[in-house]
Design a protein around this ligand. Structure first.
Ligand code: NZQ
Ligand code: ZN
Length: 386
């Protein structure tokens, strides 16, 4: 195993009624002015806003609303939130939504505490913020696991980059499956596929030989696949929903990464695709994964072969490692079709005129990927995906 330090700072309240049961006591620990941050309004339609507002009012808080956080949050939106937080002397941020709201607030919390530009600080001076407005999150759309880590994926529109910034961990997160029941089914499936992608991207790093973290990871992937199928069979299945929410959290809270250098090449490519097209994250991953993985067959065959057997139930009898590896990529591609996710960028509505060259050239090449991709080969992957 590689050396590691593991610490988990986020308190998780999981289950039906978790906000009513636990938010009042959490709010007694924080200052008077709370920024309630959310997206385009789904929380007003499903009753979550009213429920949280009544808790905030009952605990005597002054509420400042930061609204309209878009999917694939922009750096401009981060700056708007930070200005609002400073102007209103916000003591605490309550982020309510999916990965986009949760990520945006991580950087708002840091930007509000410094006069330096966070992007330039992190990517220019290679310094990281150390002061934050404390935060809690309420998850209404799951899949990214963003509530569990301190990385935020932010789109810098002028720079044409969708990249990670490092902010604060949430003090607590509330995962109530009921709050997610109003998610559109399409978002449930693309979110769950994102969780599967996080698990695979972690698995495909090194060490590449069997190890304990990967064995937990195999169980994680089996669980995601089983629960996606159960959800499609019955979208109101609360057992499947609960498992998908927790498994999404597990895939991004660092547990599966213990002792590993991760891969995440597919994510880096998808993020740049997002910078240029503002596409849905889980859908982008669904298109790119099988294509990218076919390019990795020579270097990644032992890991792919293990996934074929341990996750996808392929019978290894009489099969070579190379044919098992191919069977894994075939099984993944077939699953993507089975669950109604797109297999081409065109199906996602991405135009053939998109500047694929610029996307490939601006994609980060990761250290942990079994194959060291070149920008030219990433361009090939994108061209094969269109
Ligand atoms: O804005 P509202 O009206 O709330 O609608 C949202 C949004 O349109 C809707 N929604 C959320 N909860 C709902 C609901 N609709 C009905 N009922 C509910 N209960 O869902 C839509 C999508 O929300 P969004 O937060 O954008 O989706 P997701 O959770 O997939 O987050 C995507 C973002 O997270 C980043 C992605 O790149 C993307 O920017 N990621 C963050 C990661 C992290 N920090 O660890 C890891 C991931 O790899 C990912 O990159
Ligand atoms: Zn992801």
């Amino acid at each position: 195993m590689n050396s590691f330090t593991y610490e988990y700072p986020v308190k998780v309240y999981f289950g039906e009624g978790a906000a009513k049961k636990n938010l009042p006591s959490e709010l007694t620990k924080v200052g008077k002015t709370v920024m309630l941050a959310y997206g385009g309004g789904s929380i007003k339609r499903n009753g979550v806003y009213d429920e949280l507002m009544s808790i905030l009012k009952a605990t005597g808080k002054t509420v400042v609303e930061f609204t309209g956080i878009m999917s694939n949050p922009t750096y401009a939106k981060v700056q708007e939130g930070a200005r609002l937080a400073v102007e209103n002397d916000v003591d605490f941020i309550l982020a309510v939504g999916g990965g986009s709201v949760i990520d945006c607030c991580k950087i708002v919390s840091a930007q509000a505490k410094t006069s330096e530009d966070i992007w330039e600080m992190e990517y220019g001076a290679r310094k990281f913020p150390s002061e934050f407005i404390p935060m809690g999150s309420v998850v209404t759309a799951f899949g990214t696991g963003a509530e569990e880590n301190c990385g935020a994926v932010i789109t810098h529109e002028e720079k044409k980059l969708k990249a990670a910034l490092w902010g604060a961990f949430y003090d607590f997160t509330i995962l109530d499956p009921e709050y997610t029941m109003s998610m559109p089914l399409k978002q449930v499936i693309s979110g769950a596929f994102d969780s599967l992608s996080h698990s695979m991207e972690t698995y495909m790093g090194s060490p590449r030989v069997p190890n304990y973290s990967d064995e937990i990871n195999e169980a994680t992937q089996r669980s995601i696949i089983r629960n996606i199928r159960a959800t499609l069979a019955d979208p109101s299945d609360r057992v499947a929903r609960s498992e998908l929410i927790w498994v999404a959290a597990m895939a991004e809270n660092g547990m599966l990464k213990i002792g590993k250098v991760t891969d995440f090449q597919c994510h880096m490519l998808e993020h740049q695709l997002g910078a240029y097209t503002d596409c849905n994250h889980g859908q982008g991953l669904a298109v790119l994964h099988p294509v990218l993985y076919r390019h990795m067959l020579p270097e990644a065959s032992s890991q792919f072969a293990r996934l074929a057997v341990e996750v996808w139930g392929v019978d290894p009898k009489g099969k070579s490692e190379a044919s098992l590896a191919e069977a894994f990529v075939d099984a993944l591609a077939a699953f993507i079709k089975e669950i109604g996710l797109p297999s081409t960028l065109t199906e996602m509505g991405i135009s053939e005129a998109t500047d694929l060259r610029a996307i490939a050239d601006s994609t980060v090449i990761t250290a942990g990927c079994a194959r060291k991709f070149t920008p030219d080969e990433l361009l090939q992957v994108l061209e094969e995906s269109i």
